[in-house]
Design a protein around this ligand. Structure first.
Ligand code: MN
Length: 294
C-alpha cells in the first residue's frame, strides 16, 4: 500500500497563514501518512522550530514531503545568471534542511520558475536553450540532493503554469539528462488530464522514473469526489510499474486569498464548506486512495 498524503493548502486561504502543528495533528486524525509542506518556509525555520515540527510529525506518525513552486526570482532557467545563482542557493538551503525533519522527497515546479512564462511564443530551439539553462542549474543541485538523501522530483504541469515540462515524455527526457539516481518525475492527475493523450500510458511510460504522484480531480476537487478520471486504471498502472512512492492529494476548493488567486479558483466549488465539511472531504479522499491502492 502506498503512503497517502495531503498538501498543506487545502484548509487555508493564504500561503503564509499555515499553522503546521494543528495542521499535522488534523491530517493524522483524518488518516493521512504524509504531510506535504511548503519548502520555501521550512528551509528558513531555525533548527529549534524544525525539531519541534519533526517531533509533532513523529508523534503523529507522519512523514514530511517538501513541495515547491519556485518563485520567478529563483528561476533556475532564467537568462540572468544572477537569478539562476540565487535559485541554486535557495534550493540548496531547502535540500540541506530536509534531513533535519526526515524528509526525502522534494517535489513541484523545482526546475524553473512557477508561472514564469516567456513573454512571447517560443520555438523548439528556444525551448531547448531554456532547458539547457535549467539542466545546468539542476546538475549542480543533484549533488546536494544526493548528499542529503533527497529524491528531487520535477513536476510535469499544464501549459498555463510552465512551458518546459508539460507531458510525462518531456519530464522523462529532462530527468534523464540530469544523470542522477535521485532525479525523478512527478506526475499530477490534474495536469495530466489537460496535457496527456492517455493518462494510463503516461504513467506506464514514466515507469521507474516516477518519484512522486499528485492526485486531484479534473477541477482539483479531492480525488474520488467526482470520479472524473480513470482512477482504477491509473492505480493499476502504478502497480504495474511497481510504484512504491506516495500519493499526495492537492485539492484546492476555497475562494479568496493568495492561494485561490494563484490556483485560479474563481467559483465556489463547495458551497457552504465549513471546516467540518472540508475535514470530511479530506478523510473521504484519503480512504478512497487507500482503497484504490490496497
Ligand atoms: Mn501538483
Amino acid at each position: 500500500m502506498n503512503p497517502i498524503g495531503m498538501h498543506y493548502g487545502f484548509w487555508s486561504h493564504n500561503w503564509d497563514e499555515i499553522q503546521y502543528i494543528p495542521l499535522m495533528e488534523k491530517q493524522a486524525r483524518l488518516g493521512f501518512d504524509i504531510s506535504e509542506v511548503a519548502s520555501a518556509e521550512w528551509a528558513y525555520y531555525d533548527d529549534a522550530k524544525l525539531r519541534e515540527l519533526k517531533a509533532c510529525a513523529d508523534h503523529n506518525g507522519l512523514k514530511i514531503t517538501y513541495s515547491i513552486g519556485l518563485e520567478p526570482k529563483y528561476d533556475l532557467a532564467s537568462d540572468d545568471p544572477a537569478v539562476r545563482e540565487t535559485g541554486i542557493r535557495h534550493v540548496t538551503r531547502i535540500l540541506e534542511s530536509m534531513p533535519k525533519v526526515g524528509a526525502t522527497v522534494l517535489n513541484g515546479v523545482s526546475y524553473a520558475g512557477w508561472q514564469a512564462m516567456p513573454d512571447y511564443g517560443i520555438t523548439m530551439d528556444e525551448k531547448r536553450r531554456k532547458e539547457d539553462l535549467a539542466v545546468d542549474s539542476m546538475k549542480k543541485l543533484m549533488k546536494v540532493a544526493e548528499d542529503n538523501g533527497v529524491l528531487y522530483c520535477c513536476e510535469v504541469v499544464n501549459r498555463f503554469e510552465q512551458y518546459l515540462l508539460n507531458t510525462a515524455a518531456e519530464g522523462v527526457a529532462f530527468v534523464k539528462r540530469l544523470e542522477s539516481p535521485n532525479a525523478k518525475v512527478l506526475l499530477d492527475t490534474f495536469h495530466m488530464n489537460i496535457e496527456e493523450d492517455d493518462l494510463v500510458q503516461a504513467i506506464l511510460d514514466t515507469g521507474d522514473l516516477l518519484g512522486h504522484f499528485h492526485t486531484g480531480e479534473r477541477n482539483r476537487m479531492p480525488p474520488g469526489s467526482t470520479r472524473s478520471l480513470p482512477w482504477e486504471a491509473m492505480a493499476a498502472a502504478l502497480k504495474q510499474i511497481n510504484y512504491q512512492g506516495a500519493l499526495v492529494m492537492e485539492p484546492f476548493v476555497l475562494m479568496g486569498g493568495s492561494i485561490a488567486y494563484d490556483i485560479k479558483v474563481w467559483r465556489d466549488l463547495v458551497p457552504g464548506a465549513d471546516e467540518a465539511k472540508l475535514d470530511q472531504m479530506a478523510a473521504d479522499a484519503c480512504r478512497f486512495l487507500k482503497e484504490l491502492t490496497a
